[in-house]
Design a protein around this ligand. Structure first.
Ligand code: AKB
Length: 314
């Protein structure tokens, strides 16, 4: 089986590509992005410079490599999306249509497309947010993800396109840096705690957000893709939950390992985005339909992050 990962050099794309190469063999996983990525990723298998919004380029790569599955990880996230609303809409929607249409024309067989907790908005119940609920997103990113979900379901119902999706919470990893998200503070805080022993947080102390350690997120992505077709009962996108915490809670946990660590709060425009999102997510459907189970909680995430960042930065 040949798999194409578009957006392979981003935060999720990098780790996903490496994991897929470990499972299926390096030559079977085609990494593609608009720019080059880490040395490890570039050296370990095929790589193509690809504009996710250029339909003929995307089709050419799919046909050339006889691609069967596409993971479309290219997207503009919430904070950057608010600075460039039209660009965010064009990228997030345009790239999805290209892939959905390739599957409709039977040029590829299966699609993974990431959605986000950003599909929820200020009128959504914020605690233990259900799978099906009020969704009135107030960011361009959230609007594009919610619309994308509707199109995924439509293409499944009308054309039988096998598209699978997860609503990712904020993702925490030590291998790759995030870019342009509202949940990015939960990664920045580790780098600053280790290097400067202090951190100025762009969210308020008590802003709870759903989060997940990257290893869990990658495993969830592979599990939903490997699940038998009939188990995937939701073709918009599945709620997915790992842990939930506030900046002051993660800071307190880091302080147990780095006692001199200090945190300050200076909320900026991202506070309003965070306030519009749920604090915790109910993922019973993912657990029931395809057996999802998270492993990492806040304590194990903090331990693993500090241990790995310490060993990679010396
Ligand atoms: C963001 O903060 O924009 C993303 C997300 C929650 O989808 N990490």
């Amino acid at each position: 089986m040949t798999i194409l990962v578009i957006g392979a050099c981003g935060q999720i794309g990098t780790e996903l590509t490496m994991k897929l190469r470990e499972i299926h063999g390096n030559d079977r996983i085609i990494a593609a992005d608009i720019r080059e990525g880490s040395e490890e990723l570039m050296a370990s298998g095929p790589f193509e410079i690809l504009d996710a919004m250029n339909s003929s380029q995307v089709e050419d790569v799919c046909l050339h490599y006889e691609v069967e599955e596409v993971y479309l990880m290219a997207a503009m996230l919430s904070a950057t999306g608010e600075k460039f609303p039209e660009k965010a809409w064009d990228l997030n929607m345009g790239s999805l249509f290209i892939i959905l249409n390739l599957a409709k024309e039977k040029k590829i067989n299966k699609i993974f497309w990431p959605s986000s907790i950003a599909v929820f908005g200020p009128t959504t119940p914020q605690v233990d947010t259900p799978q099906h609920t009020i969704m009135e997103p107030s960011t361009v990113y959230g609007i594009s993800k919610q619309t994308g979900e509707r199109w995924c379901e439509y293409y499944f119902n009308k054309y039988g396109v096998d598209v699978r999706s997860i609503r990712y919470p904020g993702l925490i990893s030590w291998k790759t840096q995030p870019g342009g998200g509202t949940t990015d503070y939960a990664i920045d805080i580790f780098h600053k705690a280790l290097n400067e022993k202090e951190y100025e947080c762009f969210l308020e102390a008590d802003t709870a957000l759903p989060m997940m350690y990257m290893e869990d997120a990658i495993r969830a992505t592979l599990e939903i893709m490997m699940a038998p077709k009939e188990h995937i009962k939701i073709r918009s996108s599945y709620n997915l939950s790992g842990m939930s915490f506030t900046p002051s809670q993660i800071a307190a946990d880091i302080t147990r390992h780095i006692p001199e660590f200090k945190i300050d709060y200076r909320p900026d425009f991202r506070q309003e985005i965070a306030d519009s999102w749920p604090g915790s997510i109910n993922d019973d459907r993912a657990r029931k339909d395809w057996g999802w189970k998270h492993v990492y909680d806040l304590e194990t995430t903090v331990e693993t992050m500090l241990e790995n960042l310490r060993s990679t930065t010396g």
